[in-house]
Design a protein around this ligand. Structure first.
Ligand code: PEP
Length: 257
């Protein structure tokens, strides 16, 4: 039985004050959280403040993640942040290959792969994002695009044991930040297909263990039917993760699945 994951992607929002206020507002709202894992991925600059605020609230069960990392552990890479640096701040997770990074920062399947390998080698759980554009969906190539991103993102030296630790986020690009979410059926179709691909590459035990999330305009009022799909194991939430009230409502819906 896979435990659902609800992960917040704050993107480039919040300075430390509002980040701490968010945590103080969120923790009492969550109450019991059996049956769901929660991860908050703030901007790099807020990671220590969020980790300290969670500690101060007595909250030990919420993971803190980054939104990117560099694959080298150190070096002359101005502006970059490495996996050991993220571990040093208390990160447990890292988002890799988000479509905004692919679109605006030249991220490719090759660089995604390097980052996934670096995360795994340093004990971070990758939240590996993939998904098709609107043009690709209209052209009827959604599944092959997602299969390619999955295959090359995980290429080279990922053992079955490491693959089982992955979290994958299926995020159709046309649904991110647009208010147009994929139908629960669309999400289930692609996510069950991805699980099938994992089965072919790593076997059924790994495929059954990997959590595959849906992301794209998830809100408290649409999470229910999405979570009801048998292969959907949670959500990567952008806009609705910026307010404690809406994020807590999404966590609650996942817990009740
Ligand atoms: C995201 O940033 O990964 C995302 C899914 O954003 P939103 O929920 O705002 O569509």
């Amino acid at each position: 039985m896979r435990v659902p994951v609800i992960a917040a992607n704050w993107k480039m929002y919040k300075t430390t004050g509002p980040a701490v206020e968010f945590v103080q507002d969120l923790v009492p709202r969550l109450g019991g959280r059996e049956g769901v894992e929660v991860v908050i991925c703030p901007p790099f600059t807020c990671i220590p403040a969020v980790a300290s605020a969670l500690f101060a609230e007595g909250e030990r069960g919420i993971g803190v993640g980054a939104q990117n990392l560099h694959w080298e552990k150190e070096g002359a890479f101005t502006g970059e942040v490495s996996a050991p640096m993220l571990r040093d701040l208390g990160c447990s997770h890292v988002i890799i290959g988000h479509s905004e990074r692919r679109l605006y920062f030249g991220e490719t399947d090759l660089t995604v792969n390097r980052r996934v390998l670096a995360a795994l080698a340093n004990g971070l759980t990758p939240i590996f994002c993939l998904g098709e554009t609107l043009e690709e969906r209209r052209a009827g190539i959604t599944l092959s695009v997602c299969a390619t991103q999955l295959h090359f993102g995980l290429e080279e030296g990922i053992s079955a044991e490491e693959a089982a630790r992955l979290i994958i986020a299926y995020e159709p690009v046309w649904a991110i930040g647009t208010g147009v979410n994929a139908t629960p059926g669309d999400a289930e179709e692609v996510i069950s297909f991805l699980r099938g691909q994992l089965m072919k590459e790593y076997g059924s035990e790994v495929a059954e263990r990997v959590r595959i999330l849906y992301g794209g305009s998830v809100k408290p009022d649409n999470i229910g039917p999405i979570m009801a799909q048998p292969n959907v194991d949670g959500a990567l939430v952008g806009g609705a993760s910026l307010q404690a009230e809406s994020f807590a409502a999404i966590v609650d819906a996942a817990r009740k699945r």
